[in-house]
Design a protein around this ligand. Structure first.
Ligand code: APR
Ligand code: PHB
Length: 389
């Protein structure tokens, strides 16, 4: 089989890339290890930057998001009993859209079906070959036999555990990593959200976050030690700990209910450079991971796809490879900015076991400056709502 762009991974990066390329008349094949149902069962963050929203609209998948998504004009940061509101509109004239990543993925699959894009699910042993030659190709196993897919380019959209990044030789690849000494225990519950805006809480007992999916579906998180297991946390224990970490007046309004999903995710910052090797271009989690505190994971995947789709469209349309040549450098410049923001919000909001009283004072004064200084608010709001592409 032959195609123009082989896309490894059918998560949000791979699907959005496939959608934009197909709409521009470029042929793709998406190779995904899991079933579609499995991909759609993953629960991930739900805050979309304006640039991501615009891209989804351009890709023809904005209709349900426009109907069901909730534009948010601000969020809260709390310090013990104090609620600090960051007004995005006032601070930087932008806003975000709260719309779950699972719904984005569902909309992308539906749109891909409509235009007849090619997806192959259930592939195993995907391997990338001859990346530094004029004949790159991919092999994979399906239904008991090995298949070969020839292509011009390969987009590595296969997430942190995928095969693409590891296909770049060790001598070329450089990885940067920071692992945080805690995880987030997340709970999804069919209850009305605590507040109409997100609340990020810094508390001596640890970080907490109140988020939402829709008027009857809430998403909550608490920071937990990495040694904790989901089975250790009953719903009652979760609600009691969550309530203790947010200001009393707000906690009094919390509506609790049974959890319909509960999981623990570790927090990590990770970047792999370069994001291109020969015919291979990495996108999204395959190249970088952010801790969820800044809600940047999906948004960074979208900006990578933006740069790569522009490069490929210029290559096939105008025979101009300048944008493709610039891909790694352009994508990484934005990735590092989002890395810094996600790391700084994580550092400001969490309880670190190794922190001294001095470190905790540093967190307090940083939050106090955000409470009072329009310049600090503008910087936070500009990063949270998304730096320009
Ligand atoms: N072969 C084929 N497919 C693979 C392989 C492989 N060897 N390894 C992984 N995959 C698939 C996974 O099953 C998954 O569906 O690649 C897909 C990668 O999807 P994500 O992990 O969602 O990564 P990405 O599309 O870059 O999305 C980035 O989504 O995952 C979140 O937190 C992440 O918000 C971020 C955004
Ligand atoms: C979520 O709704 O799951 C969510 C929102 C904001 C974050 C992280 C997760 O920063």
């Amino acid at each position: 089989m032959r195609t123009q762009v082989a896309i490894i991974g059918g998560g949000p990066s791979g699907l959005l890339l496939s959608q934009l390329l197909n709409r521009a008349g470029i042929e793709t094949v998406v190779l995904e290890r899991q079933s579609r149902e499995h991909v759609l069962s993953r629960i991930r963050a739900g805050v979309l930057e304006r640039g991501t929203v615009d891209m989804l609209k351009r890709a023809g998948v904005g209709a349900r998001m426009a109907r069901e998504g909730q534009p948010h004009h601000g969020c809260f940061l709390t310090h013990d009993q104090q609620m600090i509101r960051i007004d995005f509109t006032e601070a930087c004239g932008a806003e975000v859209m709260v719309y779950g990543q699972t719904e984005v993925t569902r909309d992308l699959y539906a749109a891909q079906d409509e235009i007849g894009a090619k997806h192959i699910h259930g592939v195993a042993n995907v391997a990338l070959h001859d990346l530094d030659s004029a004949q790159p190709h991919v092999t994979y196993d399906l239904d008991g036999s090995t298949h070969r897919l020839d292509c011009d380019f390969i987009a590595g959209c296969d997430g942190f555990h995928g095969v693409s990044r590891k296909s770049i030789p060790d001598t070329v690849r450089r990885e940067y990593e920071k692992v945080y000494p805690f995880g987030w225990l997340g709970v999804l519950s069919e209850t009305p959200p605590l507040h109409e805006e997100l609340i990020y809480a810094n508390h001596p007992r640890g970080f907490a976050l109140a988020s939402m999916r829709n008027p009857m579906l809430s998403r909550y998180y608490i920071q937990v030690p990495l040694t904790d297991k989901v089975e250790d946390w009953s719903d009652a224990a979760f609600w009691s700990e969550f309530r203790a970490r947010i200001p009393d007046e707000t906690a009094a309004k919390l509506v609790t209910g049974p959890s319909i999903e509960k999981s623990i995710a570790p927090l990590r910052s990770f970047v792999s450079e370069p994001m291109r090797y020969g015919a291979l271009f990495l996108c999204g989690d395959a190249a970088h991971i952010v801790p969820p505190t800044g809600a940047k994971g999906l948004n960074l995947a979208a900006s990578d796809v933006h740069y790569l789709s522009e490069g490929l469209i210029a290559y096939y349309g105008d025979k101009d490879s300048a944008a493709l040549e610039a891909y790694s450098q352009k994508a990484l410049a934005r990735v590092w900015q989002a890395m810094r923001f996600s790391w700084s919000v994580t550092t400001m909001m969490h309880h670190f076991p190794e922190h001294s009283d001095f470190d905790r004072q540093m967190q307090r004064v940083e939050l106090m400056q955000l409470a009072t200084d329009p310049v600090a608010q503008r910087l936070f709001a500009t990063n949270y709502t998304g730096l320009p592409y």
